[in-house]
Design a protein around this ligand. Sequence first.
Ligand code: AMP
Ligand code: ZN
Ligand code: ZN
Length: 447
Amino acid sequence: MRLRALGRATLATLILTLGLLGLGAQQPAPQQAPNPPLPVLHADNGQNTAAAQSAHYVVLVSLDGFRWNYAKREGATHLLALGKHGVWAPEGMIPSYPSLTFPNHFSIVTGLYPEHHGLVANSFYDETKQARYAINDSQAVSDGSWYSGTPLWSLAESQGMRTACFFWPGSEAQIAGYRPTYYLKFDDKIDEVARIDQIVAWLSLPAADRPHFITLYYSEPDHEGHEFGPEAPETKAAIHKVDGLIGKLKESLDATGLPIDLVVVSDHGMVKTQGPWITLDQLADLTGFESAGYLLYGKTEEDRARVYEKLKHASSQFVVYRRKDVPGELNYSQNPREGDPVVIAAGPYAIRAHGPPEGKPDRPPTAGMHGFDPRRIPEMKASFFAAGPDIVVGKTVQPFENVNLYPWLAHLLGLTPPKSDGSLNVLAGTLRDGGVEPEKEAADAKH
Ligand code: AMP
Ligand code: ZN
Ligand code: ZN
């Protein structure tokens, strides 16, 4: 009786096997096919320590591409209610550059800028490894050697607390010595409500096995934002759909009676794309360069300097820097995976190194895009809502960088985080205990 979720899966497999063998043939057919069991994976990290068992719970939800102003614009009642009963960022949360899915999800759970945790884009090239990382390469995403930092689940596991990820970039790899105790391989076809049911199942486990830090991911409204644009009726419908899922999740979490802080964020926003593709190899000779999307990897100093000079005055739609000169606020100058020279879009323009190979059809850019510098293009800002027993009621926060979530989430869980690019001071005012460590509070009281 180790795991209820796995127990159910095993039972279902047995029933299925008996069925296939024809052993259940004389039984009446069930009225309705049961949902197939979810393929939950299990890392044997042991059980919660006594201290972990007495800690509170955090459910961290990501709504991909949920732009900072979507909730208010569309009257997303459940998200706005969450903010009203807790805290939210009405002017948005600032994503790390580039405002892409993997870099930002991993910044949220490590407190590190992309160049420090290593996922500098969704796809990139590593000169030392002479290999590529890409989000649709299941071998790469589950290989811990691509990632740096200590994701929250690894931090918790290392401090005796069990965790579970219903998807999160990085959650399929062993990083900083651990995997989440419970996790799944990414499969966006898994039903949205079944994801909530699984979270409730995890929270119904015996206290020794019950995860205290849980992630949940939905890829909407990002898909609709790309295909139809941020203002489209399809995107509006997706906003209401995920808002409804948050309402259902909140209701389910309340019903457990457990002390749960519910935190809903997004990774980035979305902007209407302007104009056709800008193809860099039409502006400079990229012979001898590796590339990934708009990232350029010059092999020799001569090549890097040549292409930099060529692109410098080639277009008003982007700015180009030698990597060491990228402005400090972007935190995008220290990791060779960023390439050199570095091209930064000056507006919502679709940039790529090369067009499709000969004979392959070219498609225009999608209607909506992201990835841009949030300081130049405020539509990139993300969302932040949170409520629960450790969070003050009815407070708003000014835009803050998403790396600051890491020490804050660690504090909610009673974990001691390593040094990161984030600071607890930024969100301390949203905490009922003001962000003071319990031991420090006790020591201060003595004086
Ligand atoms: P983008 O909008 O280009 O930054 O990428 C978003 C894509 O990432 C979506 O199509 C998601 O389906 C996909 N995605 C999100 N989480 C994961 C994951 N854990 N593993 C693989 N792909 C993911
Ligand atoms: Zn995304
Ligand atoms: Zn996207």
